[in-house]
Design a protein around this ligand. Structure first.
Ligand code: CAA
Length: 381
């Protein structure tokens, strides 16, 4: 066992950190305030191979591995959590299922431009009445000759305002419950496809979160991803990978908060000594550093398991659960170390605190991760 990045992964980390510090970080505060979707960031990330990090080069990707993917999402999120989730969704929730379940024609038509960053994707599963329980979704898909006709609504769709392609989950027969759910690849310029305006949120505010609506939308049967009725499993298997990306995002946010709290504690003086001279602050920093490392190790383990072609549902849920809750604790302590200044917009730490919160909610709440983990511990281990 060797718990160390390879030389190639270290080089990637340096390159992405430079890009994140020079290009991504300077816009992070502004897009958080305005909510403007950073499409130019996505285009530049695509040029660097970050839109499809672990996708094969023959399909437009960078041909790297899942740990490299975690490194990318962590480094981008360390600079800007919004940019991190935009990339994570395109990589894990869109490119990954296209690679795993797509036909050769689908890979040529959709995966290649998405992995190269020439197109942006979104993952349309959640509905007003189907969040933690996606088996209860109500978007319908009616077969009509060589097409399916889709009708329904989605909510909270990351990248939704700007996506060129959506993976849409709809039911061909509601009576079949989850076994009726089917996945479709839908170009956003298809007649009958529309999206709402950007949703203002507590954090990750510029990630293009919005509603999607499908009205009498015709999609050719050849753009069905997987078999009829396979959509629930496509969604669940995809979310296993997505949860690794969100764990990496949470680590990036927490890492940024930790670094700024560490620096602040060594410069700020009270009672004639630096904050870092107080044992209470030292213990905060010790806990933060330890939890960050633990989360990173769990996340790399999940990535390694995925890379080694094993089922990684358990590892991904554990990584996502721990990393997201760690990020909440670490950003909270970072804000505390900054005291009153941490509560102001002058410092980044209040943004990290807000950004971290969503990692405990999207791609399965902490409670859902515990359900998945308990199921494996009790029934599948
Ligand atoms: N991989 C493959 N198949 C899976 C699977 C997985 N990880 N998990 C379940 N399945 C299969 C089961 O084997 C079962 O198969 P059979 O029908 O052959 O028996 C089938 O799926 C149904 O499984 P369950 O009975 O366990 O399903 P359930 O309805 O009880 O749900 C759940 C399980 C884990 C709670 C699931 O509903 C879940 O993960 N909910 C959370 C949804 C979620 O994460 N949403 C996120 C939306 S996307 C997003 O957030 C993106 C963003 O903004 C960034």
């Amino acid at each position: 066992m060797k718990i160390e990045l390879t030389e190639e992964q270290k080089l990637l980390q340096e390159t992405v950190r430079r890009f994140a510090d020079e290009v991504v970080r300077p816009r992070a505060k502004e897009i958080d305030e305005t909510g403007e979707f950073p499409r130019s960031f996505f285009d530049q990330a695509g040029e660097l191979g970050l839109a499809g990090v672990a996708m094969p080069e023959e399909y437009g990707g960078a041909g790297m591995d899942t740990i490299s993917y975690c490194v990318v999402i962590e480094e981008i999120s360390r600079a800007c959590a919004t940019s991190g989730v935009i990339l994570s969704v395109n990589n894990s929730l869109v490119c990954d299922p296209l690679l795993k379940f797509g036909t050769e024609e689908q890979k040529q038509e959709f995966l290649t431009p998405l992995a190269a960053g020439r197109k942006l994707g979104c993952f349309a599963l959640t509905e007003p009445g189907a969040g933690s329980d996606p088996a209860g979704l109500r978007t319908t898909a009616r077969r009509d000759g060589d097409d399916y006709v889709l009708d329904g609504n989605k909510v909270f769709i990351t990248n939704g305002t700007d996506a060129d392609v959506a993976l849409v989950f709809a039911s061909v027969d509601m009576a079949l419950k989850h076994k009726g759910i089917t996945c479709f690849i839908v170009p956003a310029d298809t007649p009958g496809y529309s999206h709402g305006t950007h949703e203002f949120k507590l954090g990750v505010n510029a990630s293009g979160t919005t509603e999607l609506a499908f009205e009498n939308l015709r999609v050719p049967a050849k753009w069905r991803l997987g078999g009829e009725g396979d959509g629930f499993k496509v969604a669940m298997a995809t979310l296993d990978g997505g949860r690794i990306g969100i764990a990496a995002q949470a680590i990036g946010i927490a890492q940024a908060a930790f670094e700024e709290a560490l620096a602040y504690s060594q410069q700020r003086e009270q009672f004639n000594q630096h904050l870092s001279d107080f044992q209470a602050i030292q213990f905060y920093l010790a806990d933060m550093a330890t939890e960050l490392d633990a989360a990173r190790l769990l996340t790399w383990k999940a990535a390694w398991t995925k890379e080694n072609a094993r089922r990684y549902t358990l590892e991904a849920a554990q990584a996502k659960l721990f990393a997201s809750e760690m990020a909440q604790r670490v950003t909270n302590k970072a804000l505390q170390i900054h005291g009153g200044y941490g509560y102001t917009k002058e410092y980044n730490v209040e943004r990290y605190f807000r950004d971290a919160r969503i990692t405990e909610i999207y791609e399965g709440t902490s409670e859902i991760q515990k359900m998945v983990i308990a199921d494996w511990v009790l029934n599948k281990a």
